[in-house]
Design a protein around this ligand. Structure first.
Ligand SMILES: CC(C)(COP(=O)(O)OP(=O)(O)OC[C@H]1O[C@@H](n2cnc3c(N)ncnc32)[C@H](O)[C@@H]1OP(=O)(O)O)[C@@H](O)C(=O)NCCC(=O)NCCS
Length: 161
């Protein structure tokens, strides 16, 4: 199985993978947040959150992270997620998401939530939304000015039970 839980020493490569993508490459704030929150997620109990990495021959090519919603029962958020730009569109994102779903289910998740940019003019956001829709997520609402004043968030849900 090329997917495992991330460890502390993986953080630099995780940030580099995010930086290689069109979605995150110009977003210094997001890259800093990835560095700090990924480390937090690596250190907590796996039922509360974690980071999965996809490896091929020892080389890390993608990651996905999740965290449990503490104020509810059986609700998990997909947080950071990226596949290195040169190996996108080969099914790695799908495998990471399927593994995350399996793990979340095992911890009692009823549903997965994810937020992503609602910008219709920006191709990376359109790709991300297409990905979630292909994986069976349903668009439930839009929150204007969620990330910054010009960018809304689309919230997606996937029911696991
Ligand atoms: C979103 C992302 C993680 C998907 O990873 P991936 O390994 O390329 O995804 P997959 O190869 O498993 O693609 C699954 C489906 O998603 C859609 N998809 C993925 N990339 C696409 C693209 N460039 N254009 C159109 N659809 C795309 C397709 O429906 C694809 O299925 P298909 O190839 O059978 O048509 C990757 O594009 C990425 O790292 N993007 C930048 C970071 C990002 O957007 N993170 C999420 C922000 S919240």
């Amino acid at each position: 199985m090329p997917i495992r839980f991330a460890e502390k020493g993986d953080v630099d490569v995780i940030v580099k993978i995010a930086e290689s993508t069109d979605y995150f490459k110009h977003d210094k704030v997001a890259l800093e947040l990835i560095r700090s929150t990924i480390l937090d997620l690596i250190n907590i109990e796996k039922k509360d959150g974690g980071v999965l990495v996809y490896e091929d021959n020892g080389e890390m090519l993608g990651f996905i992270s999740y965290r449990k919603e503490k104020a509810n029962v059986g609700v998990y958020w997909v947080s950071w997620f990226a596949v290195r730009k040169d190996v996108q569109r080969r099914g790695i994102g799908t495998l990471l998401m399927q593994e995350l779903e399996k793990i979340a289910r095992a911890y009692g998740a009823r549903l997965l939530l994810v937020d992503t940019s609602g910008d219709d003019e920006w191709e990376p956001a359109r790709v991300a939304r297409r990905f979630y829709e292909k994986m069976g997520f349903k668009r439930v609402c839009v929150i204007p000015r969620y990330y910054w004043d010009e960018d809304s968030a689309v919230i997606y849900v996937k029911y696991l039970k």
